[in-house]
Design a protein around this ligand. Structure first.
Ligand SMILES: Cc1cc2nc3c(=O)[nH]c(=O)nc-3n(C[C@H](O)[C@H](O)[C@H](O)COP(=O)(O)OP(=O)(O)OC[C@H]3O[C@@H](n4cnc5c(N)ncnc54)[C@H](O)[C@@H]3O)c2cc1C
Length: 292
């Protein structure tokens, strides 16, 4: 394993100042659950890195708070802290379910939401939930220079994102946007029940009005190089009553939209029907419709 110089500061200002000076040769570490594996593998991704910057001591990155419009989540909040937080449970239960599905308790106690986003794996479990809630990221270069991205635009492809070398993820903010009145679901299929990396997931939330779907978002995980809304199925469902046959048709549209984009692969005969079934199960669960 390669050795690195280790740095950690008491304040955000000192951390950003250090980051700015070092530019290409420093890697931020938060919980380390993704990064330590990369270190151990001598990953080529870390070839030019000779310093690690530990941000886990910065309290300002561990805050969860709300105002009238948004809920703000510090990137160093662990999955366990999110699962236990009352504000997140109130507005974003699908994010709670996503965090709860991650690895084992030890991984959830150590791994952070910021690390999950910045690692940008196609199977990152928090990301479909964040995209379904239209979450945004605040990136900081220094205390006055901020860039804001929607999560769906931030991740450019597998393990690729918009973060610059001298930038850090400072905050995840999610619009409240009637989420309190919505129905929510996160459904995940792993290789095994515990410690599994997601093969396929489906996250959705919906707002009903007079028994009809007023607004719905559906975001699959681990099936596309980038995370996105299933616009065709969402448009199809909007204005309709959530009945079983309608949900079945919408699930077919989800699978079609995904596989029209990724094309035919060796895994398609397995993944396509499974995604379709998972989308159906997720939608039925969300609208509390008996599946059989
Ligand atoms: C046994 C095991 C099981 C797992 N199961 C799952 C699972 O089921 N689902 C899932 O989604 N993931 C899973 N993971 C992956 C991992 O736990 C998550 O991705 C975790 O959320 C990463 O957070 P971290 O704080 O450990 O990140 P780190 O390893 O510290 O960092 C990951 C990346 O994020 C960057 N980074 C972190 N914070 C910031 C910041 N504030 N600003 C800029 N860059 C930052 C780092 O530089 C690095 O590139 C598993 C991992 C293990 C070891």
């Amino acid at each position: 394993m390669k050795y690195f110089d280790y740095f950690s500061f008491d304040t955000l200002g000192e951390t950003l100042e250090f980051l700015k000076k070092q530019k290409h040769f420093v890697k931020i570490i938060s919980g380390g659950t993704d990064l330590i594996i990369e270190f151990r593998k001598n990953s080529p991704k870390l070839e030019n890195i000779d310093k690690v910057l530990d941000i886990s001591r910065l309290r300002v990155l561990k805050v969860i708070e709300e105002d009238n419009d948004y809920v703000y989540i510090g990137p160093s909040c662990t999955h366990t802290e999110i699962v236990k937080n009352d504000i997140i449970n109130k507005y974003f239960p699908a994010l709670v379910e996503a965090c709860l599905s991650i690895g084992c308790l030890q991984t959830r106690n150590q791994g952070t939401i910021g690390g999950n986003i910045v690692n940008s794996s196609p199977s990152a479990d928090t990301v479909p939930a964040l995209v379904s809630y239209n979450a945004e990221l605040e990136l900081l270069k220094d205390e006055n220079i901020e860039r804001i991205f929607k999560v769906k635009d931030f991740i450019k492809g597998p393990y690729k994102n918009e973060l610059a070398k001298d930038e850090m993820l400072y905050c995840i903010r999610i619009p409240k946007d009637n989420t309190e009145d919505r129905l929510h679901v996160f459904e995940k299929l792993g290789r095994r029940n515990a410690l599994s990396i997601t093969r396929i997931s489906v996250c959705a939330n919906a707002l009903l009005e007079d028994g009809k779907i007023k607004k719905i978002t559906i975001v699959p995980g681990a099936v596309l190089p980038r995370f996105k809304n299933m616009k065709i199925a969402e448009d199809f469902l909007t204005g309709k009553k959530p009945q079983k046959e309608v949900l079945r048709e919408a699930s077919e549209l989800v699978a079609k939209e995904v596989f029209d984009e990724v094309g035919e692969r060796w895994s398609t005969p397995y993944k396509k029907p499974v995604l379709e079934k998972m989308a159906f199960v997720a939608l039925c669960k969300m609208f509390k419709i008996e599946i059989i």
